[in-house]
Structure formats: C-alpha cells, structure tokens
Design a protein around this ligand. Structure first.
Ligand code: NDP
Length: 457
C-alpha cells in the first residue's frame, strides 16, 4: 500500500483520460478520475460523434434532390432542427452513460468536479472542496475552441461548443477559419439549407493538406453554393436587429448574417490547472511538454491527448492513453507511433488522407512519382450532379513505396481507413497495380492509375 490515496489520478474524462484510466485500473491500479463537464469529453459530447450526426442529417439535403433521378418523388420534404438535436442528444446521453459505466466497471472512481494541481502529488477537487493525493497524475483535460478576442464584437459569435445546441437553424451563417471544423460545419449548414459564407485568412482552405485536396474541396464547396472568401479575416462584428449581425472583413466588405461561427483553431486547456505550481512545463501554445512516453517535465506527471497538442485526434489520444497505462502500470514501456495516421475531413464530399502530401514528400524524398485521377462518380451520371472524385497516390520513386494517398469523394473516409493498413505496412505501387479492381466502385480507380502524372510545364 502506498502513502497516496490513489495510484493514478486522471484530470479529464475524455477519450485519452478514459482509456488510460480504464486500462490502468484493469492492471490493478487504484484510479480516480475528475471531469468538470461530461464523461466522454469533446469527441463524444461536443465533437466527432455529434458532428457526424449533423453530417448525416445534412447529406439528406443533397440526397432528396438526387433521388429524383432514380425515380423517387421527394417533393415538399421538410427538416426539423429541434428533432435532430433531441435525437442527437439522446444518443450522446446513452454514450455518456456507457463511458461512466465502463469506468466504474473497471474499478475507477469518478468525481464530477474541476480538478487542479496543488503540487506534484496533490489534486484539489473544487466541487468537493477537498484534496486527494496520487502517486501518478495524468493530465488529459483536452482543448477548447479559440476565439480571436482582438476582434470587436467577437462575443457575438459561437463556437462548435454552442453550435450543437442552437435553438434554431439559422438562415445565414458566416464561418471564420479554413481548417477541419470550418469546412465541416460550412458543409453541414449548407446541406441543411442555410446560406453559408466561409472566410479564411490564407490562400486556400485546408492548408495543411495536399494542395489537390484543398483545391478540390474548395471547388466542391463553391459548387454547392457556399461562398468562400480567402485572404481575409473578421475586422469587427456588429449586432443589429434581433439575431442579425454584420461582419466587417479586412478586405473592406461586410456580410449580414444571423450566425457567426468561430472555427479558428483550438487551444490546450491548461489555464488555471495549477501546472506551474507543480512545476509542469508548457510550450508557447500552452500545451503540456511531454517526452515519447507522455511524461511531463515532472517525473510522476504525464499528459495525453489534445492538451499535449501533438496530433489532436481521438484515436491518437486513445493510443497515447493506452501507451501511458502500459508504460506506467504494466511494466511495458510503450511509445505512440505517429507515422501514417489516417485522417478524414467530413466535408461533403469527404476527404480521406494518409501519409505525405505531395509538397511534404518532395522535401523528404529525392524522387517522387505522382499518380492522380479526377472523375465523376457513376452515381452522378444519372443525378446530373457535377460532383467529382479526386484520387492521388504519392510514391517514393526510389523504393516504389506508396507514401501518400489522398481522396476526395463519397466514402473517402471509409476507403482511407483500409488503405492506411497497406500504406502503414509498406505497400508498393506495383502491389496496388497487381490488385484486381472491384467493379463497379469508386475505389477501383485506386488500383487502375497506371500513368504517372506529368504536370503541364
Ligand atoms: P484547424 O487547425 O484545423 O484550423 C484552424 C483554422 O483557423 C485554420 O484555417 C487557421 O488558419 C485559422 N486561424 C487560426 N487562427 C486564426 C486567426 N487568429 N484568425 C483567422 N483564422 C485563424 O482547427 P479546427 O478548430 O478546425 O480543429 C481543431 C483540431 O481538432 C484540428 O486540428 C483537428 O486536429 C481536430 N479535428 C479533427 C476533426 C476530424 O478528424 N475530422 C474534425 C474537427 C476537428 P491557417 O491554416 O492559416 O493557420
């Protein structure tokens, strides 16, 4: 028996914290977990899961139109935002319950409270007004939406946190940002019938992705009627009558809207956690600095998930949490492997990507071959939609290894999960070519790209 109340105390019951706590408990550790909001964290409560429900809902907005070409009559359809939000909330409640049950069944004790560090072994539980001690502390408090507070009227805007509980579906939305959340929500609102304008400060949206992806998604968004304004930001936001707002842009124009949506990134939730008191170092972005085993600058304090600002994705946080538990509570030192993590943007159509973008590969490898295709999917030959599919392979010309695969098109996220297995295992372009196509599918084009792409110079 140690002198501490717990072997492990985890601050934050999101994806990373829950996985780490459950696993540590199954390895025999006495575990306490504090959560100030809802068990499940951003992904379950106000991120990936509810977002995907909104994506499904908005896809029907296109589907009813397209169904007509396939013989369906779908006139006078209507949409009920309140019902969608209620159904979504019921499912989130169910998942929240499962997460709580799983933690308890593993033997972890849950505290509904904000928790802060008092020193390297002491956690203060605000709701209980008391301290607990632990041999090891895991910080897994996640991140929060960033709002540019230098913009006058910034408080008139909402973030993804509030977007899941709007009272009504707005008729016009202005989205700030050009990353995951901005693009996904712009497409969600458009699919549900709103007028949408996205304002991005850089040259093109999804800047960190392969350039062909950025261009394709931008084109598809415009095709759906989303107005995309680049190289501009918000100068100020003014309140007008009722819900109406006027957004002034740095390009000298303005947009009238009823919803302003900030999607300009997320920041690690380290403020006020007492990290400095305990001696835990954070970087310039406020993220906890950790080593390969997720250990912070203090020997017994670890951190996983978005609070470390490594790859801010749910499955990564889960893996980091598991690796931490293996390392500390199962005598099995385990590092997280960050190579070839598949990623998706649930735009419409969605993006699926794994490995190097062309511009990254050109820096890393001396000899790069590109294969790409851009076509209209068979489904749309009847619907008349101009939606197109982009597929691109980035190949290391010296070894023939496929080091990047990028798709924009229906089911791209589902495809990329499978392709990522092969890419991670070191698949070569020759092996893609040897694989027989599955006809008729969109995915078959992945194994029929025989000609190297030659840019028109
Ligand atoms: P992103 O980092 O993806 O995008 C932030 C966007 O905001 C970028 O376009 C950025 O521009 C812009 N920006 C940043 N600061 C400012 C500013 N001061 N003024 C104007 N624009 C600004 O963040 P998100 O908030 O979209 O998502 C956060 C993270 O959550 C993602 O990085 C991802 O890891 C995760 N996520 C994953 C999802 C998925 O897997 N499908 C879905 C949603 C989120 P610039 O590019 O020029 O820096």
């Amino acid at each position: 028996m140690t002198k501490f109340d717990y072997d492990l105390f985890t601050i934050g019951a999101g994806s990373g914290g829950v996985r780490a706590s459950r696993l540590a408990a199954t390895f025999g550790a006495r575990v306490g977990v504090a959560e100030e909001y809802r068990v499940g964290g951003t992904c379950v409560v106000r991120g990936c899961i509810p977002k995907k429900f909104l994506v499904y809902a908005s896809e029907y907005g296109h589907g009813f139109n397209e169904a007509k070409a396939y013989g369906w009559t779908a006139d006078n359809v209507s949409f009920d935002w309140t019902r969608l939000i209620e159904n979504k909330d019921n499912e989130i409640d169910r998942l929240n319950g499962i997460y709580i049950r799983n933690l308890k069944n593993a033997g972890a004790e849950i505290f509904q409270s904000r928790a802060t560090l008092k020193d390297a072994h002491t956690v203060h539980l605000e709701a209980e007004g008391r301290d607990v001690t632990a041999e090891t502390i895991l910080i897994a408090a996640g991140g929060a939406p960033f709002v540019d507070q230098s913009v006058p009227g910034h408080e008139l805007g909402v973030t993804s946190n509030e977007a899941f509980h709007l009272d009504n579906l707005p008729s016009h939305v202005v989205v700030a940002g050009g990353g995951y959340i901005a693009v996904e929500f712009a497409c969600i609102f458009r699919g549900l019938g709103c007028e949408v304008c996205l304002v991005y400060r850089g040259e093109d949206i999804l800047r960190h992705f392969d350039t062909d992806i950025s261009v394709q998604v931008h084109t598809e968004m415009k095709r759906q009627g989303i107005r995309v304004i680049t190289q501009s930001t918000f100068e100020k936001i003014e309140k007008r009558d009722g819900e109406a707002k006027r957004v002034h842009l740095t390009n000298g124009t303005h947009i009238d809207t009823d919803l302003v949506f900030w999607a300009v990134g997320r920041t690690p939730s380290t403020n006020g956690l007492g990290l400095e008191t305990a001696g835990v170092k954070v970087d310039k972005q406020g993220a906890v600095v950790v080593d390969d085993y997720s250990k912070s600058s203090v020997d017994n304090i670890y951190a996983v998930g978005d609070i470390t600002n490594r790859e801010n994705l749910t499955p990564v946080a889960i893996r980091e949490g598991a690796a931490f538990a293996q390392t500390v509570f199962n005598n099995n030192p385990t590092k997280m492997d960050y190579t070839f993590i598949p990623k998706a943007v649930f735009s419409q159509p969605p993006v699926g990507t794994v490995g190097y973008a062309e511009h990254e590969a050109r820096k890393k490898f001396s000899n790069i071959d590109i294969y790409k295709t851009n076509f209209r999917a068979m489904k749309h030959t009847l619907t008349g939609s101009e939606e197109r599919v982009l597929m691109k392979l980035v190949v290391d010309g010296d070894t023939d290894r496929v080091v990047g695969c990028h798709i924009v098109g229906a089911e791209a996220a589902e495809m990329i999960q499978c392709i990522a297995i092969a890419v991670k295992a070191g698949v070569t372009k020759a092996q893609f070519d040897e694989t027989v196509a599955l006809h008729p599918t969109i995915a078959e084009e992945l194994v029929t790209m025989h000609e190297k792409f030659k840019p028109n110079i």
